[in-house]
Design a protein around this ligand. Sequence first.
Ligand SMILES: [Zn+2]
Length: 81
Amino acid sequence: MEYVQDYFSCSGCNNRDFKLIYNFSIRFSGVNFSDELIYDRLTDETYQCTKCKKTFTKSQIEETLADYKKRRKSRGQEGGV
Ligand SMILES: [Zn+2]
């Protein structure tokens, strides 16, 4: 079986290695603070290039990978799913 692999690479330096950074937060929505405080716990994930420290959001990476898929399909290569 043959594989072709497209990697997401940093737009700053073309590096393929990223590390994951988490931001944890609580978002409050009942701002009058009277009865119940309504809040959401949020975890944001950011990916940082290990070389130039440029950061990317998960959706930026997903969109880029989806583009790769489209490009491969339109090139009509065999075995591409
Ligand atoms: Zn980089």
